[in-house]
Write a protein that binds this ligand. Structure first.
Ligand SMILES: *Cc1c(COP(=O)(O)O)cnc(C)c1O
Length: 467
């Protein structure tokens, strides 16, 4: 049975249920499975012809221990993926000979985060109902995570969700995807500040243990193990569609917090043959610099047209570092301390050269050019995040017969300005969202003042009414 250990080695070992509800480990580390479940070639072959929901139930079962029965979990994956507008859930589109797109954007908010958060919503429900508990979810968003988390939690009995976004600094589509949700347990707070102000406030609320305990505050950001776990599934299902386990596959992954591409790494650890795992970044390229030089060093964040990848440090990267150093939590702790005190650290390149990763970056001009070129050459409109994946995949690919699959992480209609600038074509919202600009909005503007934000949350959280 899989148990979960912290990357810094000092927090209690947890089971799956605890790890879903806990998020960040108490020693500041992240939880990872103690061992990787193994799938034989026969197991992988047996995925052929399965529905996405059944494949998810089959692949993820070993991570659950005895926290959930196979039957309950199967019902959960059915419900989670029924909300996707494409029958295949994660379909594949061919762009060229041996080049493919994995379309991860058919969920309710049109970005890949739905794949994990839809399932996480049902996991929360299940565990909280069983324990007779409620939680207050508080998060900061620069766009995609907020709407995906709101969609996953709307209308749920045991959850109140408060999402902070910087006033007037998210795209209109992104804002409306959050603010047009009318369920009473959803609160959008527009902060008069920038994204860093929002994130700093959320961090401070987590570090205020009195507040955190009083409101049973929980997080749904990408450090939650269940999110990474749910993302492992599509590497396998797409791999099998293209010939795994008899053929190794390469993946190019538009990356920010390193959650998505780390799930690909997990798939390879579990037995999926992967030729190359390409980490694609925009000009905020800390990950690309790391894999090419061994040095992990912070620099400022420079806004781009692929904003979901505009990050300074990647929160999930610590999980990979833990494996790189033979799962020695003490070394990870020292390196993360060095990141705080010196702004960076270096690892020996020989550790990296053996791995499955390669990495590259793509600037704004190349992003636009790739959107344009993909429309002309493959009759396919892609969003700017996907374009970064395509451009870097092209640069980093080594000659091989392995198919190259680029992860398409957002629907082009989510970033219409960039797509229009590149192609002259303004992508239309899919049918189920066509009236987004007519729906009424609901949000509360608050000053960049943590005391005001805290008292708003206190006033509206149902927890304080129930204890
Ligand atoms: C979140 C996001 C990414 C980056 O994924 P990570 O798991 O943070 O690396 C890429 N593209 C889109 C559209 C996203 O929303």
């Amino acid at each position: 049975m899989v148990r979960y250990i912290s990357t810094r080695g000092k927090a209690p070992v947890l089971n799956f249920e605890e790890v879903v509800l806990t998020g960040l480990a108490r020693d500041g580390g992240l939880y990872v499975p103690e061992t990787w479940p193994q799938f034989s070639e026969g197991d992988i072959r047996s995925l052929a012809g399965m529905s996405y929901a059944d494949a998810a139930a089959f692949l993820l079962q070993p991570f659950l221990g005895d926290s959930i029965s196979a039957q309950d979990f199967g019902a959960m994956t059915q419900k989670a993926y029924a909300s996707f507008s494409h029958k295949a859930v994660v379909p594949i589109c061919q762009l060229g000979s041996n080049e493919f797109l994995m379309e991860l954007y058919h969920g309710p908010t049109l970005a890949f985060k739905d794949v994990a958060l839809q399932l996480l919503g049902f996991l929360y429900d299940h565990f909280l109902a069983r324990q007779g508990r409620r939680v207050t979810i508080i998060g900061a968003t620069s766009g995609d995570t907020g709407s995906a988390a709101i969609e996953a939690c709307r209308g749920r009995d045991a959850v109140d969700i408060f999402i902070l976004h910087p006033l007037d600094r998210v795209s209109e589509v992104q804002r409306r995807q959050m603010t047009t949700v009318q369920d009473a347990n959803v609160y959008n707070i527009a902060v008069k500040g920038d994204f860093d102000d929002c994130q700093a406030m959320v961090k401070a609320m987590f570090n205020d243990h009195g507040f955190r305990d009083e409101l049973a505050v929980s997080a749904v950001n990408s450090i939650n193990w269940a999110r990474v776990m749910a993302q492992i599934v599509y590497y396998f299902t797409v791999g099998v569609s293209l010939g795994s386990p008899d053929r190794a596959i390469s993946f190019s992954v538009p990356s920010g917090n390193f959650g998505d591409v780390y799930a690909g790494y997990a798939a390879s650890k579990m037995g999926l043959p992967i030729d190359q795992l390409i980490v694609a970044t925009n000009r905020n390229d800390i990950l690309s610099r790391f894999f090419n030089s061994g040095e992990y060093r912070k620099s400022g964040v420079d806004p781009t047209m692929s904003p979901s990848m505009d990050i300074q440090v990647s929160s999930n990267f610590e999980r990979f570092l833990f494996d790189l150093y033979g799962r020695d939590g003490e070394v990870v702790r020292q390196l993360m301390q060095k990141l705080d005190s010196d702004g960076g650290f270096a690892v020996n390149m020989s550790l990296l050269n053996e791995g499955v990763f390669s990495a590259g970056r793509c600037d704004e001009e190349e992003t636009l050019r790739t959107i344009r070129q993909t429309l002309i050459e493959s009759v396919k409109l892609v969003d700017p995040h996907t374009a970064v994946g395509l451009a870097v995949g092209d640069k980093c690919r080594v000659p091989s017969t392995a198919p190259l699959v680029t992860l398409s992480t957002a629907h082009p209609a989510k970033f219409p300005d960039a797509v229009e600038k590149a192609t002259g074509e303004r992508p239309a919202l899919p049918k189920h969202m066509a009236d987004l600009f007519q729906r009424p909005e609901r949000m509360t503007e608050l000053p960049n003042d943590i005391a005001v934000v805290k008292s708003f949350i206190r006033e509206h959280s149902r927890i304080l009414g129930t204890v």
